[in-house]
Write a protein that binds this ligand. Structure first.
Ligand code: F6P
Length: 323
């Protein structure tokens, strides 16, 4: 293998740049030519592919977002789109591809290999930490810290005004980020899609807290909760109780931006480097991951088949400690 490509796909995550830098520099170290592909699979189909050098990834390890830019690409679901993408790679003699993204991006990578023989290795990048094959995904730690900082700030004003706040934390189908942000932020309650939300029980818990002397409370609501968004939960609580004057904060995309934490930079560096070495070993259909602080290589399919197991014991920690 003499030429490889790298792309970032799906929602951007802080630390993706560290992974891009690691892929490029590991490739250069091993004498490969490395090509950067802009805007994920869409850029691949369109042929927006340019050589990268060790110098072109200088000064990016500390930057949020992804210098390659990212996208969610509908055309890649179509066999014709994948054939066009494979042609772009073959025309340039690119035999291996590193895909930095989430499980949706990996399904695309797997199909690209199955249909066109392009060797693909995945590197897990998403703030949601919701894919199997790795203990942590790149971006999760930074996003968690941003969410916790936001909750801390909200607590200051909540305490000053004796208020109830509903804080919405990202995570399309997963409550992992919200759960951890809630524990670290000392939330009074955490609502996640993995467990059914009972508004009456939530109200009872808030009332109990008030009777025990709590003058303010914070409820963390995962974006994908079954009771709806934070605004919906706040409305329901207001309609069914005397908590009429609550406030709602949606942290939203603030969680995806900003300089990556040291943890995410190190994770991106380790997983990106291993991805290139895996390609050089002839591997395909694999993802790099972290397991008990070791870098491991797992089948790509683990990403979607063994999604990070939801551990309800964390919710119990939050509940007991919010007494
Ligand atoms: O998957 C990462 C994520 O940030 C989710 O937490 C969120 O639901 C989604 O992406 C938002 O996507 P978009 O940036 O397209 O609005």
């Amino acid at each position: 293998m003499k030429r490889i490509g790298v792309l970032t796909s799906g929602g951007d995550a802080p630390g993706m740049n560290a992974a891009v830098r690691a892929v490029v520099r590991t490739g250069v170290y091993h004498g490969l030519e490395v090509f950067g592909i802009e805007q994920g699979y869409q850029g691949l189909i369109d042929g927006r592919i340019a050589p990268m050098t060790a110098r072109s990834v200088g000064g990016i390890i500390n930057r949020g977002g992804t210098v390659l830019r990212s996208a969610r690409c509908q055309a890649f679901y179509d066999p014709a789109g994948r054939a066009a993408a494979a042609d772009q790679l073959k025309q340039r003699g690119i035999e291996g591809l590193v895909v930095i993204g989430g499980d949706g991006s990996y399904r695309g990578a797997q199909t690209l290999y199955d249909e066109h023989g392009i060797h693909c290795i995945g590197v897990p990048g998403t703030i949601d930490n919701d894919i199997g094959g790795t203990d942590f995904t790149i971006g999760y730690d930074t996003a968690l810290n941003i969410a916790v900082e936001a909750i801390d700030r909200i607590r200051d004003t909540a305490q000053s005004h004796d208020r109830l706040f509903f804080v919405e934390v990202m995570g399309r189908e997963s409550g992992y980020l919200a759960m951890m942000a809630g524990i670290a932020g000392g939330a009074e309650a955490i609502l996640v899609p993995e467990t059914p939300t009972d508004i009456e029980k939530l109200i009872a818990h808030l009332v109990e807290g008030r009777e025990k002397g709590k003058t303010s409370s914070i409820v963390v609501v995962a974006e994908g909760d079954d009771a709806g968004h934070a605004i919906d939960v706040a409305r329901e609580v207001s309609a069914r109780s005397d908590f009429k004057d609550s406030r709602v904060v949606v942290i939203g995309h603030l969680q995806r931006g900003g300089s990556p934490s040291a943890f995410d930079r190190i994770l991106g560096s380790r997983l990106g480097m291993r991805a290139v070495e895996a390609l050089l070993e002839g591997a395909t259909g694999k993802m790099t991951g972290l397991s008990a602080n070791n870098v491991v290589l797992r089948p790509l399919s683990e990403a979607w088949e063994c999604r990070t197991q939801f551990d309800p014991s964390f919710l119990r920690v939050a509940r007991v400690l919010s007494t």
